[in-house]
Design a binder for this molecule. Sequence first.
Ligand code: CDP
Length: 240
Amino acid sequence: MGYGDVQMIDENGNRIDGRKAGDIRPIEIEMGVVPVADGSASMRWGTNYVIASVYGPMEAHPRKIQRQERAVLDVRYNMAPFSTTDRFRPGFNRRSREISKVTADALESVVLLELYPRSKIRVEIEIICAEAGTRCVGLTAASLALADAGIPMTDMVVSVASGKINGVVVCDLNKEEDNYGAADLPMGVLPNTGELVFLQMDGDLSPSEFQEAWDYNMEAALKIHELMKEAIANKYGGAQ
Ligand code: CDP
């Protein structure tokens, strides 16, 4: 039996976790969960649990990483060794290095780095429990933590991954759908303008399926943005 044969959506269009094709997993946000950090946030997203912390802006050390005209973002995505049922060597590997890099690139599009010459802003993303889409949850949580740290940004980054299972395009893949599905399209969206700052793709999607997955990501990003604004308003009051 090939991966494509694993049945993950029934004849009524219900997915394994009971969602319909366009539904996102339940999301809970908590701001300021790491009191020693300058800013932090946690996200429970399905059974993912992710904490992001921000330290800085601080003087960039060593000197050779300094940029005269702007701050540098030092982003580290890490999966805790207990975050998944797979046993893997803890510490930095190729995958975490790649995710850290694309996360930094996405955040650099929104953070007003030129306000802090020769400085460094450290962003730590820790995956405590991994279901699927941890790069998306990490990026979204990092933008919440930056907001919590009071770092000026042109917009938040909201990231979500839609994909295809059993020939059906679905929103916000869970673990089985990510593992056994036919395609995965994680995107990072700026909700105020609809611009993209991050996009990756695994598997095969036709142009129309790609459009459908794109639209699901865009719609989901707007819904998630509402939850983010609510979490920030609950902590700081007022509309953001
Ligand atoms: O987490 P994300 O979907 O962004 O990245 P992935 O590389 O597509 O991984 C999908 C899922 O596989 C993760 O969310 C984890 O649950 C699991 N995984 C794991 O258990 N061990 C790893 N070394 C990498 C991923």
